[in-house]
Design a protein around this ligand. Structure first.
Ligand code: SF4
Length: 239
């Protein structure tokens, strides 16, 4: 398979069939905890990195040839090896999937482009959006997510708040916590204030478990994650 992978079980959304919309590590972030390795040159341009019609053709044929496996997962997930919303055709892909199968559609995104009304319009066709938010101040955002410096965390937060107003599906906000980087309790309290404004349906607390882009991006101890979960409230869960 060229663009599809799985079905795989992920800690965040259970069994899903994944779709790659970009070549390996096409991203506008270079998160220190990224499991895909260093980004190299950041990709800022939205374009059809992978042809949407090719993805739809592959999915159509996979569904025809894997009828039994197609019963075994809930979501088709737009994610893979980069930031899916950088593919300018991802809205067209969502519409194409709808025409092929009743499976629910999830999008995993770093939320960097949600300030853009066109991107929000495209993502509204999904059933579940899993955006990331690791910091609420620019300095810390630059340290953990290492984005292009023109990307502002205030814009990401505004985009998430607007998305929640417009989107009829579920939003599960992911917070990746790295020991000694963004797990300070004062930061968690500020994060909580911002998350309350965004009002996601769930808060998924995560911490690195596999090889990461930067050596030393370490997991937070379970006892501290428990404390953080308590601060973030009833919607919070961790894996
Ligand atoms: S946003 Fe995702 S793909 Fe991009 S660097 Fe961060 S973890 Fe890796």
């Amino acid at each position: 398979m060229k663009y599809l992978y799985g079905p795989v079980k992920s800690r965040r959304i259970g069994f899903s069939l994944g779709i790659n919309l970009t070549p390996h590590k096409t991203c506008n972030f270079d998160c220190i905890y990224c499991q895909l390795g260093e980004t190299g040159a950041l990709s800022l341009e939205r374009k059809e990195y992978v042809k949407i019609s090719d993805i739809i053709d592959e999915l159509r044929s996979w569904l025809v040839n894997n009828k039994e496996s197609a019963q075994s997962f809930d979501y088709i997930t737009l994610s893979g090896s980069g930031e899916p919303t950088l593919n300018s055709g991802f809205g067209e892909l969502i519409a194409g999937i709808r025409g092929l199968t009743p499976h629910k559609i999830a999008v995993l995104t770093n939320a960097s482009l949600l300030k853009d009304s066109l991107v929000r319009q495209q993502i509204l066709g999904a059933d579940l959006i899993v955006p990331s938010l690791d910091a609420v101040k620019q300095e810390l955002f630059l340290k953990i997510d290492r984005p292009d410096p023109n990307i502002k965390i205030e814009d990401i937060i505004d985009g998430l708040i607007t998305l929640k107003r417009e989107f009829r599906g579920k939003i599960w906000l992911e917070v990746m916590l790295v020991k000694g980087v963004n797990d300070d309790i004062r930061h968690i309290r500020k994060l909580k204030e911002v998350i309350d404004r965004i009002n996601p349906d769930k808060i998924q607390i995560n911490s690195p478990v596999r090889t990461t882009a930067q050596v030393g991006a370490l997991p937070v101890a379970k006892s501290k994650l428990n404390k953080i979960k308590f601060i973030l409230g009833d919607k919070a869960e961790f894996f």
